[in-house]
Design a protein around this ligand. Structure first.
Ligand SMILES: [Zn+2]
Length: 169
């Protein structure tokens, strides 16, 4: 799934690895509710946080993480496990309302060898998919076009959440 994207400004810090020097961005985001818009936080709950991935595989790519800095499912409480799973459901609901995907990939990566960019803090990926989203550009040039700005998408998802009472846990 890892590809180059036609979205250079967002990729530069990732490529340079700057976020690694700043520590865990999920812990930072959870600790600063006043910066939710800048940090692209869609929802925060008692035990979890849902953020737009700044380096998305596809439009609307969300990350769902426990608030606690834990690396594995084995460290998660029953309540955290249940909330993470419910947030997968609610994320799919919100994305379906906001941007009408045809399908989803939902997944977990453990360890850098699996492709986890942040191996210390457990997080689930929810990636919307559309028929034909592996189009000629991605096939021919290993490049993916992301069609919507993250700020715009956050606003759309926020409105959809407010109108439909999401997340409903
Ligand atoms: Zn963390």
């Amino acid at each position: 799934m890892e590809q180059n994207r036609l979205w250079a400004p967002w990729r530069i810090p990732y490529i340079r690895g700057l976020e690694k020097e700043e520590g865990c961005f999920l812990c930072r985001d959870y600790a600063h509710p006043e910066e939710d818009v800048e940090n692209l936080v869609l929802w925060r709950t008692a035990r979890s946080i849902v953020v737009l991935n700044r380096f998305p595989y596809n439009n609307g790519h969300l990350l769902i993480a426990p608030a606690r800095h834990i690396a594995d499912l084995g460290e998660a409480s029953e309540e955290e496990m249940l909330e993470l799973c419910k947030l997968v459901r609610e994320s799919q609901r919100a994305l379906s309302i906001a941007i009408s995907p045809h399908g989803f990939n939902v997944g977990l990566n453990f360890g850098r060898c699996s492709g986890a960019g942040l191996p210390g803090h457990l997080h689930l990926h929810v990636v919307p998919r559309w028929e034909g989203d592996t189009n000629f550009i991605s096939v021919c040039s290993d490049t993916k076009v992301i069609g919507q700005s993250l700020a715009e998408l956050l606003a759309i998802l926020g409105r959809a959440s407010a109108e439909h009472g999401l997340p409903c846990l």
